[in-house]
Design a binder for this molecule. Structure first.
Ligand SMILES: [Zn+2]
Length: 450
């Protein structure tokens, strides 16, 4: 396949009249200053990998925005989430995940890293295929074409004190042996997907796994390792009481952190923890919309970047699936805190450009996916913004990214390819209608079953 872009964002900067040749899903050749040949687009960007999602939570988006007794917090939200997931069947999860993936593609993501912890039947027993639910996520990826990095989650206890999982949490439980079997079964499901699909592991959090399990599970993969870390103050207090160290300090001392690791949230860090963690090469998995929705706090992005830290964005609870909104929420959180503008802009490029470059690189690293730039050898994860949209009219270079990030919505994506697969055309995912129809029927069924 040949694409010709009037302007394109390459690793060395903006270039004009760029021809991109794609072979077997990968970018084979990038030629600036080429004569028009193949399909033409006005502008071409690297599409991003979403580094953190719990797909099923999309089905309860916006259903926990009323006050309950006392002060509403992350923890009251979590209790409602558990009641909801008590009812989800494997077909429900597949239908919800497909809808989520459609929306992600239309928002500008070419791939998703699914932090997958809903494994078992409602009574906590394993399905006949231990990776039944993982298979449903893989099936949604196959149907939608969105690139998938699947991270089965190990979740073995209810807190640092070792209490058992109860209620809805029983669906998450695995001991290390059961987890190893599930990982193996999951890898069989992934073999049915195109070769850009990847597998990693996710120890849920320091609350939910023992240090011994964490060490053992990290040995089970050569792929990415993701873990929630330091999202909430109550989590910091619990880990401090149990181990004598704050979560990030504990992780720095005890874990072989490096570029294969992605630590999700990292909201509650001291300046020293921020500098030391950034220096490990681990990716900070930021989910600014969800973190705002859940009242987590503000990530220290200026300190993280000053330490050379890698980062990317994820949609986490999927309360809203908007790549532009994730990026601008991150920037705005820093502006509101510092009472300043253009806080995250690098010296030689605009804020939108800086955010795009860094989130593309960090997202790809966290996903274990050879992507994140328009360069030979990488998967052809590409996005053509809708340059006919009034908000992008007449823009060139960095102005396009500033318009995309700060002035628009998901509707600014015209076309999107994931590893060369054409997923979005004229702003719409190619299977949008049939998948939305099934999602509506699924939600109606869930309501009937309550
Ligand atoms: Zn999460």
């Amino acid at each position: 396949m040949l694409l010709h872009a009037e302007q394109a964002l390459l690793p060395e900067g903006w270039a004009r009249d760029v021809r991109v040749r794609i072979v077997a899903g990968r970018i084979a050749e990038v030629t600036p200053g080429a004569a028009p040949e193949g399909e033409r687009v006005a502008c071409l960007l690297p599409a991003l990998a979403n580094l953190h999602s719990h797909a099923f939570q999309r089905a309860m988006a916006g259903m926990t925005e009323a006050r309950t007794a006392g002060q509403d917090s992350f923890w009251t939200w979590r209790a409602l989430m558990y009641r909801f997931l008590d009812r989800l069947t494997p077909p429900d999860v597949e239908a919800i995940a497909a809808q989520v993936m459609v929306e992600m593609a239309e928002a500008g993501y070419a791939a998703v890293t699914e932090f997958h912890y809903l494994h078992h039947a409602p009574d906590g027993s394993a399905y006949a295929d231990r990776a039944e639910m993982a298979g449903r996520i893989a099936a949604a990826s196959a149907e939608t074409g969105l690139g998938l990095t699947l991270l089965p989650v190990i979740y073995e206890r209810g807190g640092c004190d070792g209490r058992a999982l109860t209620g809805g949490q029983r669906r998450f439980h695995n001991d290390p042996g059961g987890f190893g079997a599930m990982l193996e079964a999951t890898s069989r499901h992934l073999k049915a997907l195109p070769p850009d699909a990847a597998l990693g592991v996710a120890p849920h959090s320091l609350r939910a796994v023992t240090p011994e399990t964490l060490a053992r599970v990290a040995q089970m993969t050569l792929g990415p390792i993701h873990m929630h870390l330091a999202e909430q103050q109550a989590e910091v207090d619990e880990v401090l009481a149990a181990t004598g160290a704050r979560p990030v300090s504990w992780a720095l001392d005890q874990l072989p952190l490096g570029p294969r690791w992605c630590l999700v949230h990292c909201t509650q860090m001291t300046p020293r923890e921020t500098a030391c963690l950034a220096a490990t090469g681990a990716v900070a998995g930021l989910c600014p919309i969800t973190e705002a929705n859940l009242g987590d706090g503000i990530f220290d992005a200026t300190g993280w970047r000053a330490g050379g830290g890698a980062w990317g964005v994820g949609s986490d609870s999927n309360i809203l699936i908007s790549l532009a909104e994730e990026l601008r929420s991150l920037e705005y959180s820093q502006r509101l805190r510092d009472r300043a503008r253009a806080v995250l802009a690098a010296a030689d490029r605009s804020v939108g450009r800086t955010l795009w470059d860094e989130a593309a690189r960090g997202g790809a690293r966290a996903a274990g996916r050879a992507s994140g730039a328009i360069a030979a050898g990488l998967w052809a994860d590409l996005l053509a913004p809708d340059m006919a949209a009034p908000v992008l009219a007449g823009r060139r270079g960095d102005e396009i990214l500033d318009g995309f990030v700060f002035c628009g919505t998901a509707g600014l994506v015209d076309r999107l390819w994931s590893a060369g697969r054409p997923l979005v055309r004229a702003g719409r995912h190619v299977a949008r209608d049939v998948i939305a129809q099934r999602f509506r029927a699924t939600l109606a069924g869930l309501r009937d079953r309550t």
